[in-house]
Structures are given as C-alpha cells and as structure tokens.
Design a protein around this ligand. Structure first.
Ligand code: 13P
Length: 248
C-alpha cells in the first residue's frame, strides 16, 4: 500500500515570522498524525527557521527549486548541499511556475532531478498540461513527454514522487474532478510501468495538485491513483492545511 503524502508549496508567500509561526502551529497540530507523511516547502530564506520550528515533529522539509551544479558562480540559485544543510529531505522540481513563468524545459528539469538524487534529496517531479493543451486533446502526450524526459537516466525511482498539477487548475479555484485526476494519474502510472516495471510503478506515489481544499480532498483521495496532494493556497493557513492532512 502506498502511504499518503500531503505536501505544502508555500510559493513566494509568507516571511520569516509568519512562516515560522505557521510551521510551529502545524508541528503542534500534527503531533498525532501517524498514518501519512507531511511535507512543507517554504521559500529558501525561510528554510532555516522553519526547519528549527518543525524539529522533533513528523513534518518533513523541502525546497521549492534547486540548481544542478554542486556550487559556483550562479547568482540567485540554491544548491542541493544548501538545502540538505538546513534539513531538507525533498525538493520540488519542474513546478508549472518554473516551467511557464521562468521558462524551464524538460532537459533542465531532468538535470536537476538527476543532481538532486545524486545529492541525496528526494525530487517531487511536477508535471501537468496547459488549458490549451487539454482542449486540443494533448493532455496525455504532454504529460508523457514531461514524465519520460524528466526521468531520463533515473534508476532510483523509489526516491521519486510525481505531482500531477494541471496548469489550468493551479490557483484558479478550478479543481480537476476526481475522475480527471484519476484518468491522468493512472496514465502516468502506466507510463512509469512501461519504462520501469509494474512493481516500481505500483510503489510510486503520485500526488494531485491544483486548487486542493478541505472540501475536495476527500473525493480526490478516494481515487486509486491519487496518493496525496500538493497544496498551494490552502496550505498557507494552519487550519485549512490541517483539514486537508486529516481528510478522513
Ligand atoms: P493551488 O493549491 O494554490 O492551486 O496551487 C497548487 C500548486 O501549484 C501546488 O504546487
């Protein structure tokens, strides 16, 4: 059985003080949550303080992005070693905002995935189609390309999580229906089974992201191929994120 993972992507929200407060509140609220994993991904300048705030709790920490070089003259970038040194276990890679606002392509994202794995971080590889791609009937084609290229030369699939985030559902209040999510996520699992094996695909966690809220998480999680959620807006308040974590 795949264990549920509920992850928060704080994006470019909160600051040192409000982020630390939220992290402390979540650490306290989730003390009794033992049957699922919880991950929070604050912006880089908040990581150190958030890490201290969740010390001893069940919450895991992730970066929102990372560069694929060990170190060097890469102004503005964050390295795997920096993330590890503040207590991160995970890193989001290929988020739709990285792809579509900052122009990251599958080749760059693949380099990051490989370097994260080599460094001991667990990548959460984000994939998902644009509205026009969905309307043109290209959802599977796009997601297939993002999965295949994102995972090129990856053999340690046990360290990988995939997050399916249809771009048209992110921050728009338009959640994919549980059926939409299930269809694409089953397809992602089949894609992984074709490249690796059914066994490996069966153990892979696939999250859904895009306007997840306390009132729609139950329907999504009821689907066989939805193993958790990657939550943006609703993860910025302790109560709503806790209600999502405690979907049943
Ligand atoms: P929202 O939950 O705000 O739609 O964001 C989803 C997301 O992009 C998580 O990575």
């Amino acid at each position: 059985m795949r264990r549920a993972l509920i992850a928060a992507n704080w994006k470019m929200f909160l600051n040192r003080e409000s982020g630390t407060q939220l992290a402390m509140a979540l650490a306290k609220k989730t003390a009794d949550v033992e049957d699922r994993d919880i991950l929070i991904c604050p912006a880089a300048p908040l990581l150190s303080d958030v890490s201290a705030a969740i010390q001893g709790s069940r919450i895991q920490l992730g970066g929102q992005n990372m560069y694929f070089e060990k170190e060097g003259a890469f102004t503005g970038e964050v390295s795997a070693d920096m993330l590890l040194s503040v207590g991160c276990t995970h890193v989001l890679l290929g988020h739709s905002e990285r792809r579509h606002v900052f122009g990251e392509d599958d080749t760059l994202i693949n380099k990051k995935v490989l370097f994260a794995l080599e460094s001991g971080l667990k990548p959460v590889l984000c994939v998902g189609e644009l509205l026009e791609e969905r309307e043109a009937g290209n959802t599977e084609k796009v997601v297939h390309r993002q999965v295949v290229k994102g995972l090129e030369n990856v053999d340690a699939l046990a360290q990988i999580t995939i997050a399916y985030e249809p771009v048209w559902a992110i921050g728009t209040g338009k959640t994919a229906t549980p059926e939409d999510a299930e269809t694409v996520q089953a397809y992602i699992r089949k894609t992984v089974a074709d490249i690796y094996s059914t066994d490996i695909a069966d153990n892979l966690r696939i999250l859904y992201g895009g306007s997840v809220k306390p009132d729609n998480i139950g329907g999504l999680m009821a689907k066989g191929n939805v193993d958790g959620a990657l939550v943006g807006g609703a993860s910025l308040k302790a109560d709503s994120f806790y209600d999502i974590i405690r979907f049943t």
